[in-house]
Design a protein around this ligand. Structure first.
Ligand code: ADP
Ligand code: MG
Ligand code: MG
Length: 204
């Protein structure tokens, strides 16, 4: 998987998040402040601009640029969290021109750690971690089993989608939704939903 592959991922994220902007904002209206869709759409629109200004030469450079742009442009909790996810992905991949499934799985596990270090959310707290963590686990076990990247990424996306749906009955313990206490139950977490969309965009 090279810089062209990862650029296609980011372009697909931009497309999918823009299509789902209002859905994500509606989810955030129920248990937050109704800005998650617009936050991410603004961030990834800036990412598109940054990529056309300075086309990155390696997967690591690309993902670092995405992370830095999100941190700069997205207000709200999700900006620094997704920013550190992408920045750490970029850092872990270093300056390698080609990335194996093993490399990506290891980088994703480390990137998830940087999200939990920053946000202090554990699985079950009803956040993006509930989608990212099962995806990271699935990617690692798929890499260990020697699956082809396409199959591995498909399984990781499915695990993220399942993790996002599983936030519906949970009570939020982190982020704005936690202020609602038991009233956060019965709604899908917007950040978990966007994380599932971001993973669904990752395919060969
Ligand atoms: P804000 O809540 O500041 O308006 P967003 O609406 O863009 O920011 O993002 C909200 C999402 O961020 C939540 O749905 C949740 O998934 C995620 N989130 C919030 N706080 C945390 C945290 N401490 N750790 C992990 N994810 C978090
Ligand atoms: Mg919000
Ligand atoms: Mg906000």
């Amino acid at each position: 998987m090279d810089v062209t592959f990862f650029t296609a991922w980011i372009q697909e994220i931009i497309r999918v998040l823009s299509i789902n902007r209002d859905l994500l904002t509606r989810l955030d209206a129920a248990i937050g402040d109704a800005d998650h869709g617009t936050n991410l759409d603004r961030g990834f629109t800036s990412v598109r601009q940054a990529l056309s200004d300075t086309p990155p030469g390696t997967p690591g450079q690309l993902l670092t640029l995405v992370g830095n742009t999100l941190i700069r442009r997205v207000g709200g909790a999700s900006g620094p969290l997704y920013g550190s996810l992408f920045r750490q992905l970029g850092k872990s991949l270093g300056d390698a021109p080609e990335v194996s499934l093993d490399d990506l799985a290891a980088a994703f596990a480390t990137a998830l750690e940087s999200v939990t270090r920053l946000g202090k959310a554990a699985e079950g707290d009803k956040t993006m971690v509930d989608a990212l963590a099962p995806a990271a686990r699935t990617l690692s076990s798929a890499a260990r089993e020697g699956l082809k990247p396409g199959e591995a990424l498909g399984r990781a996306a499915a695990a993220a989608a399942e993790g996002a749906k599983a936030t519906i009955p949970l009570q939020a313990r982190k982020g704005r939704a936690s202020y609602l206490g038991p009233r956060s139950v019965g709604h899908e977490d917007p950040g978990a939903a966007s994380a599932a969309l971001i993973l669904s965009a990752l395919h060969p």
